[in-house]
Design a binder for this molecule. Structure first.
Ligand code: ATP
Length: 232
């Protein structure tokens, strides 16, 4: 099957600084790929290339087998590629329902309530709290709402860059429960993560980076069975 996203020998960087050196990887449709590596390894740069925010200087970025390298972020978005927002990314003084309505502001009124009901089906806890101010939700619930705001667009590929950064372990668990729900909708996930244990529990494939180069690319089982030298 053609991967929904593929990198072939991608080089990229920032001005004269080179961050990626010939990175190849593939995300199969409906699957979860965990991108691991130490600080500065190039994980975020891959996430940026995968959403059109950084253009590769060499190599190919393919969506459904078609060349996409050099295209603009909105063209990636049009293909259903969405970068999950960092932090809580919700409007604290608005209710859960108002936050979802804002995310859907360009939709026709007739489809608005259908889309919001779908979000509540996906995340019942948000449905129970629809009239609660978003700022009074727990940290995990705020991330859930931030992800629900993204999911109303029914993305094909969700790029989640360190969603759990700075969160207490119990809230990280909640964020991962939310990602599981998203995974079950058939959305493909590219997860950039420092919490290796969580990422390995949800992913099928691991790509491990070291200073801009792929050090490991394969199934989670193979990664887990080798000493990758990664803190868990
Ligand atoms: P971390 O886990 O610390 O976030 P990372 O694996 O996500 O690291 P990147 O953010 O992709 O790594 O950074 C890769 C390299 O590119 C680093 O050396 C970083 O300093 C550099 N870099 C990242 N963003 C920029 C930028 N906007 N301008 C210049 N250099 C950058």
């Amino acid at each position: 099957m053609t991967p929904v996203l593929e990198f072939r020998e991608v080089h990229a960087g920032y001005g004269p600084f080179r961050a990626l050196f010939g990175v190849s990887l593939a995300l199969e449709s409906g699957r979860v790929l965990a991108l691991l590596g130490s600080n500065g390894a190039g994980k975020t740069t891959i996430a940026r290339v995968a959403s059109g925010l950084v253009c590769p200087t060499q190599g190919s970025v393919l969506i459904d087998g078609a060349e996409f390298g050099g295209k603009r972020p909105w063209e990636f978005a049009r293909e259903g590629f969405v970068h999950a927002p960092e932090g809580r990314s919700v409007f604290g003084s608005l209710t859960v329902s108002e936050n979802l309505q804002l995310a859907l502001r360009f939709r026709h009124k007739a489809t608005l309530s259908v889309c919001i009901d779908k979000a509540y089906d996906l995340f019942p806890r948000l449905g129970e709290r629809r009239l609660q101010l978003a700022g009074t939700l727990s940290g995990g619930e705020q991330r859930m709402l931030a992800l629900a705001r993204v999911m109303v667009d029914e993305p094909r590929v969700l790029i989640a860059d360190e969603l759990s950064l700075g969160l207490a372990p119990i809230i990280v668990d909640e964020v991962y429960e939310t990602l599981r729900v998203i995974q079950n909708t058939g959305t493909s996930l590219l997860i950039v993560e420092q919490h290796v244990g969580h990422a390995l529990a949800i992913a099928e494939t691991v790509v491990m980076l070291d200073r801009g180069r792929v050090q490991f690319d394969g199934p989670v089982a193979d990664f887990a069975s080798q000493d990758a030298g990664v803190p868990r």
